[in-house]
Design a protein around this ligand. Structure first.
Ligand SMILES: [Zn+2]
Ligand SMILES: [Zn+2]
Length: 154
């Protein structure tokens, strides 16, 4: 499994950390967390490695911005063809872009994201795992707001 997370203590990002034989997570600031021995079930984590939360959503590991970039480039090339009176090529370009976008989406692997701390668990099986739920996301968002208010009162 590859884990991407922000350290809960110092907020430093750790990107794509390989957890193959690791028994704990460690950050330079001194934060550490033991990885539970029974974490994996059928090749997928039963809880967030960073905060222990059991609610994770499945998401495509598609870098945000790629899709937009592909479509933008396609639109520019297509408009150049239009400018030179090549409507078939213009249409063709748009179709290729759409297929490329779709192909990338299908080909890209899934990651499991934690509702509470947004840690991303890649390189895991996501078979049968629930997709993103707005209700759950809202529940955790409210929880985070309440947490902040409590901290402010202290
Ligand atoms: Zn840290
Ligand atoms: Zn988490």
């Amino acid at each position: 499994m590859k884990l991407s997370y922000r350290c809960p203590q110092c907020e430093q990002p750790h990107i794509g950390q390989q957890l193959a034989d690791a028994s704990s997570l460690n950050c330079e600031c001194g934060w550490s967390r033991t990885i539970p021995a029974d974490l994996m079930h059928d090749g997928r984590p039963t809880q967030c490695v960073v905060c222990g939360n059991a609610d994770l959503w499945r998401q495509k590991n598609f870098p945000q911005g790629w899709g937009v970039l592909i479509v933008t480039i396609g639109a520019i090339i297509s408009s150049i063809f239009y400018a030179y009176y090549q409507p078939l090529w213009a249409m063709g370009t748009l179709m290729i872009v759409a297929l490329l976008d779709m192909g990338l989406y299908i080909w890209m692997p899934d990651v499991l994201v934690c509702y509470r701390c947004q840690s991303r668990h890649a390189d895991v099986s996501t078979e049968g795992h629930p997709d993103f739920s707005h209700e759950l996301f809202e529940k955790y968002r409210q929880e985070a707001i309440r947490q902040q208010q409590v901290e402010r009162k202290d």
